[in-house]
Design a protein around this ligand. Structure first.
Ligand code: ADP
Ligand code: MG
Length: 710
């Protein structure tokens, strides 16, 4: 199929402003002062229709409702002052500037302009009265304001002051603040009364939240005594009201995608039961109960003529890969292709190894595709994928590059999906769209997502969860130690390695700086290489090239290295059953979910494994709570629930995930408490007011519906 026409039909995130024909919607130009040029600039602010301007919300506010006497000004304050010019002169110290000394009888202040026109110069003459607004600074000669906004006051005129706090909007090039403010005023007057509030008043009242009209008015024209601190923190009831509706819009949009998928066609994948039993028999283990029921979910979905959209979640090490293998086998057995994508080369390679071990004996042809595959090998792999010769394709982001064409891609699997954006998931999925047929999708994550969050963020997906670990695993024992006990750990590492076990020593990101991160790992590496060289010490960090990382990781997996010093590059997925000791430095700085992920690297073999959380004293209250949770439980779902309570969804999902929704008002971390209400509202509207769904989605996500027609 022609991919460019397809792209136009299914806009990807961030593309919704690009109108296919390059025309501007006529509606904006009905506003006074808006022609095609201004309309184009407004579109950069996500504004397509006049009504949308109501939802361009101020970034901050200024209080210009009262005049402050110069004598009462404080340094650093932003204030309106009203005074008369006593002296106006151009000075040539360091740079040419215009200085106006003004006085209001209570004190004096200097206005300093570095840029000024002749007209300005003429206006700012001695004896003139003016009103100005700016930040008060302390200069050598006393108080001053640099480039204040000002207004000349003709004799005896005293125009009214602002009645509301002054909103400061996000501007875009070529659209000035005052222009935007005037436009929004125009829309407030003309359109606000007609805007429909879709949320039932009764439910809003229960939450003590204002109506839509009240909220918009409060935000664009906050009353003089409005709580500025609350507004700035985004916690004002008016903001919460809009945040609620915005999250609701995304939720409804995702639900609609799910409903639609039930009307979309996919290839029903029949199973070759003989092949299936051969696959399961040669695994060398029996599936756990949870694995079995998740597999049943998947198989029921795959047999249907509609696309599967399933999220498989389960703690690290619970055995998701084998289910991906079973699903892929089903696609292949039915005569089609499956593709599985991992976020790093290392993880992709591990999947590739597993699938070769499990599926090649069944006569299945598996291809490998990553960014590092080049030249002839790449050309050949592309050809095999296009001809269908490659039945299962395993790889990284390389899987959905433009040049990759599939013969018949019936199933797309994304491993560690929290490391990808929706965009990437969709692009891979689109590779499997043929005519009206869509591929089945299975996305897997080791980050268990608490229920309320999953229901909001992943409303387009069905969820299967694995909570049970494969038998024989002994829960990892977790202890927290102050970092001055590091010395005793070296002995412990040596002993463990001498018994054939292996250890990780993780030095996580300390500051938001690669360099420091690297240093911490380097010095730990040097310390160990000096004190226990006999056990084999390796180092792996984010600055190394992929092949180098791979090489070290493989040496560790093969037992040639006893201890692996690492930055958090080992965070996901890596499977080394002999590793039984995990030491984490600076654990007090890390989030629960991340610590839990790291801990999941050990405890995969039959040895009793331990996780040692080193911390710097004194511990903050939150850090103490976090470490206590980890000591208490090994269950990722429980950990995630605590994390949500302690830190909010950003921690649980990672920055990438929370960034996905491109929220304007809402912040999933700050507004986490609204999530249960979103569910309730969605149910209410779908049952009682289904006609509200479309306008709410339109209002917040836009006419193209950002998640596309997927
Ligand atoms: P994850 O869910 O983190 O991707 P993996 O699929 O990598 O976990 O599985 C971790 C390890 O457990 C692998 O070595 C895998 O072969 C093994 N495994 C998976 N399921 C079982 C099971 N039912 N019994 C025993 N071992 C299993
Ligand atoms: Mg995995």
């Amino acid at each position: 199929m022609n991919s460019s026409t397809h792209a136009a039909e299914t806009p990807l995130p961030g593309e919704r402003n690009q109108n296919a024909t390059g025309e501007f919607p006529a509606a904006l130009t009905v506003l006074r002062g808006v022609g095609p040029a201004v309309a184009a600039r407004l579109q950069k602010l996500n504004v397509q229709r006049p009504e949308d301007l109501l939802f361009v919300l101020p970034q901050r506010y200024e209080d210009r409702t009262q005049v402050t006497r110069i004598g009462a000004l404080q340094v650093g304050q932003r204030a309106v002052i009203q005074a008369q010019i006593e002296i106006s002169e151009i000075v040539y110290r360091r740079r040419r500037s215009l200085l106006c000394r003004i006085s209001d009888g209570t004190g004096q202040l200097t206005l300093r302009f570095f840029h000024f026109s002749q007209a300005q110069l003429n206006g700012l003459a001695r004896g003139t009265n003016l009103r100005c607004y700016g930040e008060v600074r302390l200069a050598r000669a006393g108080l001053e304001m640099i480039h204040p906004e000002y207004q000349l006051l003709p004799a005896d005129k005293n125009p009214p002051l602002e009645q509301h706090l002054t909103p400061i909007y996000p501007t875009t090039e070529g659209l000035q603040q005052f222009r935007l403010r005037k436009l929004i005023d125009q829309v407030m007057n003309q359109y606000l009364p007609a805007v429909t509030d879709w949320l039932p008043k009764k439910m809003l009242a229960e939450l003590s939240l204002p109506t839509l009209q009240e909220s918009i008015t409060d935000l664009h024209r906050p009353r003089r005594n409005a709580d500025l601190a609350m507004l700035e923190a985004g916690r004002h009831p008016a903001q919460r009201r809009l945040a609620l509706e915005e999250i609701l819009a995304h939720h409804l949009s995702l639900r609609r995608i799910k409903d639609r998928s039930q009307h979309q066609a996919a290839i029903p994948l029949a199973m070759d039961t003989g092949l299936r039993s051969r696959f399961l028999e040669q695994l060398g283990f029996a599936l756990t109960g949870d694995q079995q029921s998740a597999l049943e979910d998947i198989e029921v979905d795959l047999a249907r003529p509609h696309p599967m959209m399933r999220l498989l979640q389960g703690d690290v090490g619970c055995g998701k890969t084998v289910l991906a293998g079973a699903a892929a086998l089903r696609a292949v057995a039915a005569g089609h292709q499956a593709a599985i994508m991992a976020p790093t080369e290392l993880l992709a390679e591990q999947l590739y190894d597993n699938f070769r071990r499990w599926l090649e004996p069944l006569g299945i042809n598996i291809a490998w595709l990553s960014g590092s595959l080049v030249g002839k090998a790449r050309t050949e792999t592309y050809a095999a994928i296009a001809s269908g010769g490659a039945q299962l394709v395993v790889g990284t982001h390389a899987l959905f590059q433009e040049a990759v064409l599939y013969h018949s891609l019936a199933l797309v699997i994304v491993d560690e999906q929290h490391r990808f954006g929706v965009h990437q998931r969709l692009t891979l999925m689109e590779k499997g769209v043929t005519g009206s047929m869509r591929p089945h999708q299975l996305v897997m994550t080791a980050t268990p997502i608490p229920r309320t969050l999953a229901m909001t963020m992943f409303a387009d997906l069905d969820v299967s969860s694995i909570r049970e670990m494969p038998p024989g695993r002994r829960p990892v024992q977790t202890v927290a130690l102050p970092e001055d006990r590091r010395g005793s750990l070296v002995t412990r590492v040596r002993e463990a390695c001498q018994q054939g076990q292996r250890a990780y020593w993780v030095c996580p990101l300390i500051e938001d700086s690669d360099a420091l991160d690297y240093q911490a790992a380097e010095s730990t590496y040097a310390m160990l290489a000096e004190s226990v060289p006999e056990i084999g010490v390796g180092l792996i960090h984010g600055r190394m090239r992929a092949e180098e990382k791979n090489r070290v990781m493989k040496k560790f997996a093969a037992g040639k290295l006893g201890v692996l010093v690492a930055t958090t590059v080992i965070e996901v997925g890596v499977d080394v059953p002999a590793a039984s000791l995990m030491i984490i430095e600076n654990s007090e700085r890390m989030g629960l979910s991340q610590l839990h992920q790291l801990r999941g690297r050990v405890g995969r073999g039959s040895h009793q494994s331990s996780c040692v959380l080193l911390y710097k004293s004194p511990l903050s209250a939150v850090a103490k709570q976090r470490l206590a949770v980890l000591r208490k439980t090994n269950d990722g779902f429980e950990v995630a629930q605590h994390d949500l309570e302690l830190r909010g969804p950003g921690e649980v999902l990672g920055k990438k995930q929370t960034g996905l929704m491109q929220l304007r008002v809402a912040d999933l971390v700050r507004d986490a408490a609204l999530l249960p209400m979103v569910q309730k509202l969605a149910r209410h509207l779908l049952e009682n007011k289904p006609a509200a769904v479309e306008p709410i989605v339109q209002r917040w996500i836009g006419p193209d519906n950002r998640y596309g027609n997927v």
